[in-house]
Design a protein around this ligand. Structure first.
Ligand SMILES: Nc1nc2c(ncn2[C@@H]2O[C@H](COP(=O)(O)OP(=O)(O)OP(=O)(O)O)[C@@H](O)[C@H]2O)c(=O)[nH]1
Ligand SMILES: [Mg+2]
Length: 686
């Protein structure tokens, strides 16, 4: 195992397609881990290896690898940037020691970009900014730095400046050691003279880097004011401390597609990012005493780790991936303190793209994996049984889009067993049964998320998942009153049937459900038949008279009736009760009810107007507004029927900067005009 001081644990974060995976490939290639530069576009990337990733040219999973560079061992996690899979990035960021925040040189700061800096800010993750794709058309180094300064909570400190841009990007100047590096045809950096026309500019960059570093540290500011400058060592020490405290984010610039700048980035990671043992202790609770307790990120401390990903690997079985926080794992078992169980495993692995490499032990900063655990799921803490610790569980991003899911005839059982297996892998996915429409709903973070789940299930388990827009679980009610007779009489030949009931139907307040009252006096209907009348009414209530939806919020009072000594039976009274209700339902002013959802929408201030206007057009009611650090929070109630596609719509009119959560609130009457349409639709369906 590598000395902990030489270990680095780095998560690569940034918006979709900004070049994270390409950068990871270039880093692995430059470090000699791979002998050919993998490409996302032709499917040769070792980090984007899933068929669903190759098909779309995007990352869907966080992928892992490690390399050794100048004696340092670096554990990399390459995360997806697409918002459908952002939970992967969130979980990987929540355990990482440090981050590379990537942003394309030709992009203005994109809206979704803030989601990734939120992860960084939340845990103050020590972060290097990588300006990627410097060789692209319209690459603009100064422009993107300006964009970061004015839009993101990062504090860029320029440590590398590009020489040339777009097609003519050919090297960089290191502002700390004031050396230029030109890229050879393999993208390797070769030391060179600073181009004459850049000398003055570089002096200015150095001046401002010194100022910026000095400002983060009292000793350095004093020295800078007295001596007018800082040494290279001062700068490096100042940067290291500033990165750790979150006060500074040094900037690197690459064109990883051509492997340019990757080797300099490897140096920068070794030199500036913290080793696990330089990171703060991990705080948790003692599951027995409930006291706050902590673990030092040292190899000699008691072992502790957190599971942040689970994979259903077709070969290795279920693979549990965890980050070691403290201590050293070896042997063949550990304690899952979240579940209070001991788990055994066969072998410890470290991940190399889709492959796993067996290792004897795993220490702080390492991302390791074991196969075939029984109880452990994503978010659980693994540790020594004595002393134990539990870390805060990881909270997945809530699903916001639901579809009804069905399988091909005969495949249903296999399909739902397969979906259930996928639930272990993906905590942003949910499977629920809508009791009223009897549909099984699959919920996820977005359209593409659910599509990918379907493709994976087909590839891994050989069954197809069919998605449909879910039915809205409408209900019906009766707003008025009615007194009706329900009479069932069939007395021609053989044993006859006779039951006669008088029932009063009345509405109950919303949410009142159903009430049956027996007001029979004097034995007009014998006691034994009365529950049958109740059952008959309830059966009839399962299908309302308007559009066939269940009827709720009514009271049925059995007030009178008659019977026949021979021909009456429970069945006859059940039929009579049912007939009574059907009659009453027509007379007692039936109405359609629809589910109303609570919705909480978070958007930047400039989107509030649009969101409000849109809510209005969806028959929404704004219940209140709140401000959070960055977003305005709008609480509203909207009919379910109006927000079945809200996820796509909100994304489109906020440019991906909005998020929302929905939960059921209550039922309300559907406005008359709309009710007509729903009733018509249900009739034509029949
Ligand atoms: N010209 C040029 N293209 C690049 C560079 N880096 C990445 N690309 C291209 O940009 C596209 C996206 O690259 P990826 O590496 O998949 O980006 P990503 O950030 O991993 O994307 P997601 O994981 O899906 O968020 C691909 O077509 C790459 O070939 C670069 O340095 N120069
Ligand atoms: Mg990627």
């Amino acid at each position: 195992m590598t000395d902990v001081k030489l270990v680095r644990n780095v998560v690569i974060l940034g918006h979709g397609s900004c070049g994270k995976t390409t950068l990871a490939e270039a880093m692995l290639f430059s470090a000699g881990k791979t002998n050919r530069l993998g490409k996302v576009d032709d499917g040769s990337s070792i980090m984007d290896f899933e068929p669903e990733e190759i098909k779309r040219n995007i990352s869907i999973n966080t992928a892992f690898n490690h390399y050794i560079w100048k004696k340092h061992e670096v554990f990399l996690a390459d995360t997806p940037g697409d918002s459908n899979f952002i939970n992967e990035s969130k979980f990987a960021a929540s355990v990482a020691d440090s981050a590379l925040f990537c942003i394309g040189a030709a992009t203005s700061v994109k809206n979704q970009t803030t989601k990734f800096t939120d992860f960084i800010e939340e845990r103050k993750i020590p972060t290097i900014i990588c300006i990627t794709r410097m060789d692209r058309e319209r690459a603009n180094f100064a422009g993107v730095i300006e964009g970061i300064k004015s839009n993101l909570p990062l504090k860029p400190a320029i440590t590398y400046v590009p020489i040339g841009a777009e097609d003519s990007f050919k090297g960089v100047v290191n502002i700390i050691n004031q050396k230029a590096y030109m890229f050879d045809d393999k993208g390797k950096a070769r030391e060179a003279e600073i181009p004459a026309d850049m000398v003055d500019e570089i002096a200015l960059y150095r001046e401002s880097l010194m100022e910026q570093v000095a400002e983060t540290n009292d000793d350095l500011i004093e020295k800078f004011l007295e001596e007018g400058e800082l040494t290279d060592e001062d700068l490096i020490e100042g940067l290291k401390a500033g990165i750790r405290s979150g006060d500074i984010n040094p900037v690197n610039v690459t064109a990883a597609f051509k492997n340019q700048g990757a080797d300099l980035l490897l140096d920068m990671i070794n030199d500036l990012l913290p080793a696990p043992c330089d990171c703060p202790s991990h705080i948790g609770t003692d599951p027995k005493s409930k006291d706050i307790t902590e673990r030092e990120p040292q190899p000699g401390a008691p072992f502790s780790a957190q599971v942040f990903k689970t994979m259903a690997d077709p070969f290795a079985g279920r693979l549990t991936i965890f980050k070691v926080f403290s201590g050293t794992l070896s042997g063949d078992s550990f304690y899952n303190s979240t579940k209070d169980v001991s788990e055994r495993f066969g072998q410890i692995f470290i991940m190399e793209g889709k492959n796993q490499k067996p290792v004897d032990s795993a220490g702080p900063g390492m991302i390791a994996a074991v196969a075939k655990l029984k109880e452990t799921v994503t978010g659980d803490t693994l540790c020594t049984e004595v002393p134990p610790i539990v870390y805060e569980p990881l909270i997945p991003i809530p699903p916001v889009i639901s579809y009804a899911v069905t399988g091909k005839k005969g495949d249903e059982e296999k399909l739902f067993a397969s979906i259930t297996k996928m639930l272990d892998e993906d905590l942003t996915m949910q499977l629920t049964r809508e009791s009223q429409t009897k549909e099984i709903l699959i919920s996820g973070v977005g359209q593409v998320h659910l599509e990918v789940i379907g493709e994976r299930i087909k590839r891994k388990f050989g069954v197809e998942m069919e998605l449909h827009t879910p039915k809205v679980p409408y209900l019906e009610t009766l707003k008025g009153k009615a007194r009706v007779q329900g009479k069932h009489k069939k007395q021609s030949g053989g044993r006859g049937q006779f039951a006669d009931t008088w029932v009063e139907i009345e509405s109950l307040p919303r949410g009142g459900g159903y009430e049956f009252i027996n007001n029979i006096v004097g034995g007009a209907i014998p006691k034994t038949y009365i529950p049958a009348v109740d059952r008959g009414i309830q059966e009839a209530m399962e299908k309302g008279v308007l559009a066939g939806y269940p009827v709720v919020d009514v009271q049925a009072k059995l007030v009178d009736g008659s019977f026949h000594a021979v021909d009456s039976s429970e069945l006859a009274f059940k039929i009579a009760g049912s007939l009574a209700f059907k009659k009453a339902a027509v007379e007692a002013n039936p109405a359609l009810l629809e589910p109303i959802m609570n919705i909480t929408i978070r958007v930047p201030e400039d989107c509030v107007g649009d969101v409000m206007g849109d809510l209005n057009s969806r028959r929404g009611r704004v219940m209140g507004m709140d401000s959070e650090a960055k977003n305005e929070v709008i609480n509203a109630q909207v009919p379910m029927a109006e927000i079945q596609k809200y996820s796509q719509d909100l994304t489109s009119f906020t440019g991906g900067r909005g998020s929302f959560e929905v939960s059921f609130s209550h039922y309300e009457e559907v406005p008359a005009q709309l009710a007509e349409k729903i009733i018509e639709a249900s009739k034509s369906e029949e």
